[in-house]
Write a protein that binds this ligand. Structure first.
Ligand code: NAP
Length: 289
């Protein structure tokens, strides 16, 4: 991947760290987008040392803040005008309903709206690449729910798992609609795909969760794969020549598979797109179509 620039969000730990490390080993320039500057710097040093690749950089941003997402995108584009891979990996899971500074439920904001906004803002860089790839790390948990339009914040019916599943269903709907829009706009050098990493032994379920949920996650993740194994499909989609031109697909274990029936509802995808544009304040000149 020499000469290629890959953006990996949430790259200081878990699946994102292992993905960034794998891409660094392949010779890519890797930009780690991390919430905490110290954690980002530490990951950057470890990845550069382990891979022998000096082209590892950090951009700090709390991805729950649209202001910080916009600032991060500006920083990225001012330094790297061509983006080969945008890997939206950062994700969160909270037991308690929490609103962002923009007044949006945290999981919907970080897991869905941030990839949506970042993809819009970095589209000029992706279009400048010979073959730009937009990837979102979704989850099979999306099979368990529907979109709660009219109440996306899940007021009065919040449950951590429901909010997580809804945000992951939004990942599929977003990627499929993005693929349709790119094709309709005649943008043939940018693809969009969604990844299911499998059950992976990370700390995602113990960071912002009630002790009962943390305990349940500890038990559940014991049956999972390592973060390095969980990163395999992300690395494959970011780097393989086998996927050139493949777009609008849901991938698991390096192969496409069907996502839920609801994820293919084009009306829902259009509605989610419009509501996401409004919630992110996407300007006319930032619109993909
Ligand atoms: N683990 C699984 O079994 C599994 C299964 C299906 C899908 N996934 C998806 O895989 C992706 C990676 O998750 P993981 O399991 O590797 O979890 P993880 O170890 O907790 O890593 C998540 C990453 O996202 C970052 N992040 C979260 N909120 C952020 C924010 N507001 N601003 C900036 N960065 C933020 C975290 O930063 P901090 O370190 O600062 O918190 C961390 O770097 C997520 O999208 C998750 O939904 C995971």
């Amino acid at each position: 991947m020499h000469g290629m620039t890959c953006i990996v969000t949430g790259a200081n730990t878990g699946i994102g760290y292992e993905t960034a490390l794998g891409l660094a080993h392949l010779g890519a320039r890797v930009i780690l987008v991390c919430r905490t500057p110290e954690k980002g710097k530490d990951a950057c040093i470890r990845i550069a040392k382990a891979s022998g690749n000096p082209e590892i950089h950090v951009v700090s941003a709390d991805l729950s803040s649209q202001k910080e997402v916009r600032k991060a995108a500006q920083t990225i584009l001012s330094r790297w005008s061509r983006i080969d891979v945008l890997l939206n990996n950062a994700g969160t899971w909270l037991s308690k309903q929490t609103l962002t500074e923009d007044g949006i439920e945290m999981q919907f904001a970080v897991n869905h709206l941030t990839p949506f906004l970042l993809t819009h803002l970095l589209m000029p860089g992706l279009k400048a690449a010979p073959e730009g790839r937009v990837l979102v790390v979704g989850s099979d948990s999306h099979f368990q729910t529907k979109m709660h339009f009219g109440n996306l914040n899940l007021d009065r019916k919040y449950h951590g798992l429901r909010a997580y599943a809804q945000s992951k269903l939004a990942n599929c709907l977003f990627i499929y609609e993005l693929d349709r829009k790119l094709k309709a706009a005649g943008i043939t050098n940018v693809t969009a795909n969604c990844i299911q990493p499998g059950l992976v032994k990370t700390d995602i379920g113990i960071k912002h969760t009630a002790s009962i949920h943390a305990l349940a996650w500890k038990i559940r993740r014991s049956g999972g794969v390592s973060p390095a194994e969980g990163a395999e499909t992300s690395i494959y989609l970011a780097s393989s020549e086998e996927v050139i031109g493949k777009s609008g697909l849901y991938w698991d274990k390096c192969a496409p598979k069907k996502s839920s029936k609801r994820s293919y509802k084009e009306d829902d995808a259009r509605r989610l797109w419009e509501e996401s544009e409004a919630l992110c304040g996407i300007r006319d000149d930032e619109k993909i179509l």
